[in-house]
Design a protein around this ligand. Structure first.
Ligand SMILES: C[S@@+](CC[C@H](N)C(=O)[O-])C[C@H]1O[C@@H](n2cnc3c(N)ncnc32)[C@H](O)[C@@H]1O
Length: 225
């Protein structure tokens, strides 16, 4: 038996290291852990969620595929109830980037080179990048895909202890700005629209706002591209 993941979760699955124990935070149906267990990528998973309903969904998946002995279902706000020595790779997929950053901020123990973070923000991915770079992580993989006609991205990161600064283009788009494939292009177009809307809104309501400078920089750079 195997679980066929949709392209968005496939991106995250492909970044999980062979034989690593994962924590899937905000697991809902636990499709990702089930797929990785059944295809032999991982030996063990923590399927964690804040709420009971999603954990019931996870339980149903685990029972259906007969993998209960390899999955620990865990009620947890972010990483709070995950033990640092239980996991190697940490996946947080399908949440907004602000919430993902808050979950990471709340778990200082992840600042250790042995962990790999696999993050699939649905929005505000620039907040995730900034959090990673300013907290000593290096982004080592970035993927984009189209799923149900919408663009999605995923990234992985490891702790190096070195904080880095990046220009507003890299902050906002990652390296998708420089890629030529359809998914990266669709993702950048969608974000560019948001940048433009935010720039216009700030110009109207708060013209002294510091953020305008970086938004203007992005809009100017895009014109040159
Ligand atoms: C949209 S679902 C994503 C499910 C799956 N990870 C995916 O990408 O398809 C988001 C899940 O995150 C859970 N969630 C939201 N905030 C959370 C938190 N602070 N800690 C753990 N889980 C959370 C929700 O209960 C929900 O099940």
């Amino acid at each position: 038996m195997r679980v066929e993941l949709k392209p968005r979760l496939t991106m995250a699955a492909e970044m999980v290291r062979q034989d690593s124990r994962i924590a899937d935070i905000g697991t809902d149906h636990a499709y990702l852990p089930a797929a990785l267990l059944l295809d032999g990528t991982i030996p063990f998973a923590i399927a964690a969620d804040l709420r009971k309903g999603p954990l019931d969904n996870a339980q149903a998946t685990v029972d259906h595929y007969g993998i209960a002995d390899k999955v620990k279902l865990l009620r947890s706000n972010g990483l709070r109830n995950v033990m640092p020595d239980e996991v190697d790779d940490i996946v947080i997929a399908g949440m907004g980037g602000i919430l993902i950053s808050e979950i990471l901020e709340d778990a200082p123990w992840i600042k250790d080179e042995k962990y790999k973070l696999i993050l699939q923000p649905q929005s505000h991915d620039e907040v995730v990048r900034r959090w990673l770079w300013s907290n000593g992580f290096e982004i080592i993989e970035q993927s984009s895909c189209i799923d149900d006609k919408k663009p999605y991205i995923c990234m992985s990161a490891v702790f190096t202890g070195k904080t880095t600064e990046h220009d507003p283009i890299e902050d906002m788009f990652g390296d998708f700005f420089y890629r030529k494939d359809d998914a990266s292009d669709a993702f950048c177009q969608k974000k560019l629209h948001r940048v433009s809307v935010r720039h216009s809104a700030l110009m109207k309501i708060d013209p002294e706002n510091e953020e305008i400078k970086s938004l203007q920089y992005i809009l100017d750079e895009v014109k040159k591209w």
